[in-house]
Design a protein around this ligand. Structure first.
Ligand code: NAD
Ligand code: UDP
Length: 330
């Protein structure tokens, strides 16, 4: 972890005990990096790091918003994935989310500046807000409500991007910015409130699928192994970004309900609930930049990825002594 740099590259993954971060750690370890995780476990779980810890990763339970948290550390590369990411967290933790992409990210940028590390910021498709341009290319500036219920996340990530570019322009910090689109897979928290965990937990427990609004809104879902590879390629490559990392296959929410039912082999009905305020109506990445500059494109089909995810959620249910998991509704 800290100390002298050796030939084996050392990497810090902030937020590495989370869903995407833990898969990224597994990939980096398999590629021969030395991995340290800093995570305060606010939405992550140490059990996500079971494989990584057995492969030699180091875990530091710390909050990146704490100015002392990173003292004395030194790495070649820093991935900043630290941030709650589910819309249900936006009402629960708005100020914490804003502090994490601002103060917390500034602490990591200062570390990168002081130690000449390369730093990648995990931004989001939410910077495009409810997009008027479809599909979304990186040169679209977005359509974000700056005071709406999602703004704590959207604007925090926009600020994190701006802060990254400011450190780059002012101090020459070697930055990378990834705009991550909806991602799913094993290790998502079954009660984290996002569509894939909600629909699977509901379908597995014989409950109606909670479709917000009429279900015609769209998203494009990327399997987590594809996503982790995209992040690593961006870090290793030569462009700062921003780069969209996501899967361009687009589905409506109602189509996702249908696919979940087909995979489980039942016909759980849907029940319509109110559409959350400012819920984007459509979202699909234009990934030409990632294809051209990183030679990256996703390879796991939605059906294949959802099968893997279903197997994980079945295990999660079986491991609860009471055998019940209540989905969180937005
Ligand atoms: P997650 O909640 O599973 O992971 C985030 C991790 O960061 C958690 O382990 C959490 O405990 C940790 N964390 C949060 N704030 C922290 C802080 N101040 N200090 C230390 N640790 C902190 O979420 P995820 O889905 O894995 O998302 C990872 C990153 O990717 C986030 O930055 C998110 O904004 C971004 N992203 C995710 C998606 C998605 O679909 N999953 C889409 C777009 C962007
Ligand atoms: N959604 C839904 N039912 C749920 C959870 C989500 O209909 O139980 C919808 C939500 O309104 C949105 C889409 O699914 O249009 C994706 O929501 P999610 O929270 O997974 O991610 P978002 O893209 O909104 O951040």
């Amino acid at each position: 972890m800290s100390g002298v740099k050796t030939q084996q590259k050392s990497v810090l993954v902030a937020g590495g005990a989370g869903f995407i971060g833990s898969h990224l750690c597994d990939l980096l370890l398999a590629q021969g990096f030395r991995v340290t995780v800093v995570d305060n476990l606010i939405t992550g779980r140490k059990q996500n790091l079971q494989t990584a810890l057995s492969q030699g990763a180091e875990f530091l339970e710390r909050d990146i918003n704490d100015p002392q948290a990173l003292q004395g550390l030194e790495f070649d590369q820093i991935y900043n994935l630290a941030s709650p990411a589910s819309p249900v967290d936006f009402s629960r933790l708005p100020v914490f989310i804003m502090n994490t992409a601002s103060q917390g990210h500034a602490h990591l940028l200062e570390l990168a500046r002081a130690t000449k590390a390369r730093i990648l910021f995990a931004s989001t498709s939410e910077v495009y807000g409810d997009p008027a341009v479809h599909p979304q290319r990186e040169d679209y500036f977005g359509n974000v409500n700056p005071i709406g219920p999602r703004s704590c996340y959207d604007e925090a990530k926009r600020y994190g991007e701006a802060l990254s570019f400011s450190y780059h322009r002012a101090y020459g910090v070697d930055i990378r910015v990834a705009r991550i689109f909806n991602t799913y897979g094993p290790r998502m928290r079954p009660d984290d409130g996002r569509i894939i965990p909600n629909f699977f937990m509901q379908a597995l427990q014989g409950q109606a699928l909670s479709v917000y609004g009429n279900g015609s809104q769209t998203r494009s879902f990327c399997y987590v192994s594809d996503l982790a590879l995209g992040l690593m390629k961006l870090m290793q490559g030569s462009i700062t970004g921003p780069v969209n990392i996501g899967n361009p296959r687009e589905n409506t929410v109602l189509e996702i309900a249908l696919i979940v039912n087909q995979l489980i082999g039942n016909k759980t009905p849907v029940r319509h609930l109110p559409l959350p305020e400012n819920d984007p109506k459509q979202r699909r990445p234009d990934i030409s930049r990632a294809e051209e500059s990183l030679a990256w494109r996703p390879s796991v089909s939605l059906e294949e990825g959802l099968q893997q995810t279903l197997a994980f959620f079945r295990q999660e249910l079986a491991s609860r002594p009471e055998g019940v998991i209540t989905p969180t509704l937005g």
